[in-house]
Each structure stands twice: as C-alpha cells, then as structure tokens.
Ligand binder design. Structure first.
Ligand code: ZN
Length: 459
C-alpha cells in the first residue's frame, strides 16, 4: 500500500470516529424527541379517551383554543431558532380551521422539521470538519505543505451540501426524510385511533417507526454523504496535476463488491461523477480512489516545471498506485473455494443467484485474521458447514447480502458470516463471497432475532 492509500485509510478512520460521536448525539436526541411526542399522545388519550380508547369522531371536533395557541408557539419558536427555514412552516391562518386530529398531525410535522433542522446543523459541522481534513491531507501529499487550505475557510463550501445525486443536496434529502416520516407517523396516528388502538398499542407502533426510521435515514445519510465529501475534498488538490483515476474498493480489509466492476476501469478526473463512476456509487459505499499515471517520468518533469519545489520525486512515490491497481484486477486476487449454497435456502437473500460456488479471498481471510482473531481460529474451519446448513439468515444493510448464522461446536456461541450473493448484475467471473465472519453470543443472536428482519429460519 502506498503513502496516499494509507493516508486515505487514516482519513476514513477519523471520519468514522467522528461519525460514531455524531450518531450517539443524534440517537439520544431522537429519544428525547420521541418522548415529547409520546407525552402529547398520552395527553390526547387523557383528554379525549375513555377506557384507554379515543373515539375517532371526538377528534373531528374543533381544536381547542389553548391547543391552537401551543401549536403557534411551537411554530414561532421554530422560526425564531431557524429563520432560514421559516418558509417550511405551515401558514398560520390554516391553524384556525384545524380539528383535534389535524392539530396533533400539524404538531408532528413541525416536530419533524425541528428534527431536520437540528440534523442539518450537526451534519454540516461534521462534514465541514472532514472536508477540511481531507483537502489538506491531499494537498500535503501533493507537496504543498501541511495546511495549504488553512487560510481558505470557505474551501469546504465546494464539497459540503452540494447537490450530487438526483440533483439533491443533503439538506434536501433530510427534508425529504423528515416529511416522509411525518406522513408515516400521521397515518399511523389516524389509523390507530380509527381502529380503536389503546395508548400502549399506538405508541408502541409510533416508537418503533420513529426510532428506527429516524436512525436509519440519518445514519445512511451521514455515511454516504461522508464518503462523497471525503472523495471530492481529497480529489480537489489532484485535479490540476493529474488526469486519471481509478476507483479503489479495497479499504481497511473490506472489499466493496458492488463497486468491483467499475474499479477495473480508469476514468478521467474531469469525467468523474459521484454515484456513477466516483464514490459513493451506492448508499453505504466507502470506496476511495487511486491516481493513475501512464508515464511517471514525464509526470515528474511536468510537475517540476509547474511547481519547481523539488518535490516531484517524493510526490510520485506517495501517489504511485501501481501496487494497488494490480491487486485490483481479479487475476491477482487469491481466492479459496469454501463450499456451495443451496439455492432453495439462499433465494431469501435474492432470487437472482448465478452460481452455487462460494469463495473467500485472501484479503477477506486477512481481514478476519486482523479483526476477529478468535473467529479465525474457531470459525474459519466451519465455513462450509455454515454455508451448507445455516440456522438463520438475517437481512443485511447491503444489497444481495445476508448474515448467515449457525451454531457450531463452540460453547453457547454461534458463528456469523456475512455472505454476498453474486447476481447477474455482477461480473460473470465473480462468485458468491464470504465478506467476514465472527462469533456471536446467544444473547446477541436473540437480540438480532428481535430487532432485525429474519429471512430464513431452519425448520
Ligand atoms: Zn463502493
């Protein structure tokens, strides 16, 4: 691995550390916000309910003056705090005509806007910080010094909150997410009350929806947007002195199987397009890039002509990506066959299975050895058992991928394997592939079974 690739890994590690902190903060914020909603629902049951059920028609009556006043206060508060988003607020006049149900639904909408505004602020700060880190690190490896962009505080504006997929910037994505969630919650509320749901039943549903959707949407956005910002910010300093790049799917022992195909092509830097041939190519993508140069001698000459800082040789050494681009081609990936899948079982991950064969690459073995040394000793010998006869398959966040779980001969432990199924969209030379494996406790398994989607369960 060359200097630049190591540097990219470090940047991603720092990014991920920041992400963890941000996610923790947002997560407890979501909990607090949910409790507010819960309180409001409880008050409705107390005021308009009888025997823990609300008569739907009681909610068709006009919203009491006091509630109208509270709703307006909530809206005013939002406008004070976030004047830049004031236009997102519903019109005040509409409040006078609301019935009780609509009053509650308005309040849910305003709350989701508050959540969106808070997310916007925090995610922007997080991305700004990482954009600056990325652009400075790349400038440094280009021989321009450690804090090349330090006097350019606006540099992150080039990368943060810029539209790139479907022409949307991440703020727009946040508003879409919160609007979608508000609509879901509001139809949950209306339908639950129409059905005569008890307070417990209704709030259980709302809590599930609220907490899982808020988190999923925010976490995915943070991750994918982070990849976008990091890739663009680190590419910036290379744009003047280089012409070509290649997508790099090898990061920190993980191989992004979705991007493998694109990674075999070399592209012009000026033709890069996030979501198409430049990271991120898909949600949850954390691929990077390497710089490609045909003739390094000529490049060094040109660099010296342009910059004359005597750094050409050093920079070439740091960026030269020969090492990695050769291991990116499939001929160089050492693969081991570890078994065959039964399509009747694995069709729960995808119906589009093109081969029975399952392989593990040398890279993945190294990853397991690095990250899960215990699993390496205990589990690796059982890979084909797990594949042939799994106890559970659980949905994974990546496409065409499942968490395959089996009790093996370990004390009250299960082995868990991440398996990526090869589909007709993949390179025809590829096989189903073991991405990782480790041990999980009975407790963890039970936790999964409660909280995740089970695709397959052994009878
Ligand atoms: Zn990727």
């Amino acid at each position: 691995m060359n200097y630049w690739q190591k540097r990219q890994q470090q940047l991603n590690k720092q990014l991920e550390k920041d992400e963890e902190k941000l996610k923790k903060r947002l997560s407890s914020y979501f909990d607090t916000e949910y409790r507010k909603l819960d309180k409001q629902i409880a008050a409705y049951y107390k005021q308009y309910g009888m025997d823990n059920v609300i008569q739907y028609r009681r909610l068709m009556e006009t919203l009491p003056e006091e509630d109208k006043r509270l709703l307006m206060e909530q809206m005013d508060e939002f406008t004070r705090k976030y004047p830049e988003y004031a236009s997102l607020m519903p019109v005040r006049e509409s409040i006078y005509r609301l019935n009780r149900l609509e009053g509650l639904q308005y309040s849910v909408r305003v709350q989701q806007l508050e959540i969106g505004a808070a997310e916007n602020e925090q995610i922007t700060a997080h991305l700004n910080r990482n954009a600056e880190r990325g652009v400075n690190a790349a400038a440094e490896s280009m021989g321009f010094g450690k804090n090349f962009y330090a006097n350019n505080p606006d540099i992150s504006k080039l990368f943060v909150n810029v539209p790139w997929s479907n022409g949307e910037n991440f703020s727009q994505k946040i508003w879409n997410n919160t609007t979608k969630l508000a609509n879901y919650l509001n139809s949950d509320i209306a339908q639950g009350i129409a059905r005569g749901d008890s307070y417990e039943r209704l709030t259980r549903r709302l809590r599930e929806r609220f907490s899982s959707v808020s988190r999923n949407d925010a976490y995915r956005l943070i991750y994918t947007e982070g990849t976008y910002v990091m890739a663009e910010a680190t590419m910036q300093p290379f744009t003047e002195d280089f012409e070509k790049y290649r997508l790099s799917t090898v990061g920190d022992g993980k191989v992004c199987s979705i991007c493998r195909g694109v990674a075999r092509e070399v592209f012009n830097i000026s033709d890069r397009q996030p979501g198409v041939n430049f990271p991120p190519l898909h949600p949850w993508c954390r691929c990077t890039f390497t710089i490609e140069v045909d003739d390094w001698d000529k490049w060094m000459e040109d660099y010296e002509k342009r910059h004359g800082n005597g750094q050409a040789g050093k920079v070439a050494n740091r960026i030269n990506s020969d090492i990695i681009s050769s291991s990116n081609t499939k001929e160089d990936i050492q693969v081991h066959s570890v078994g065959e899948i039964n399509r009747d079982i694995y069709k729960c991950i995808t119906e589009d299975i093109v081969t029975d064969e399952v392989i593990i690459t040398e890279n993945q073995i190294q990853h397991i050895l690095d990250r899960h040394p215990d699993a390496y000793k205990e589990v690796i010998n059982y890979l084909s058992d797990i594949i042939r006869d799994p106890d559970f398959i659980i949905e994974d966040k990546h496409d065409n991928t499942g968490l395959v779980i089996k009790k093996v001969k370990l004390e009250r432990e299960y082995a868990q394997m991440v398996l990526r199924i090869c589909t007709s969209d993949d390179n025809p030379d590829y096989k189903n592939s073991v991405i990782s494996c480790w041990e999980i406790s009975e407790k963890r398994l039970q936790n999964y079974l409660r909280n995740k989607r089970i695709l397959y369960k052994k009878e």
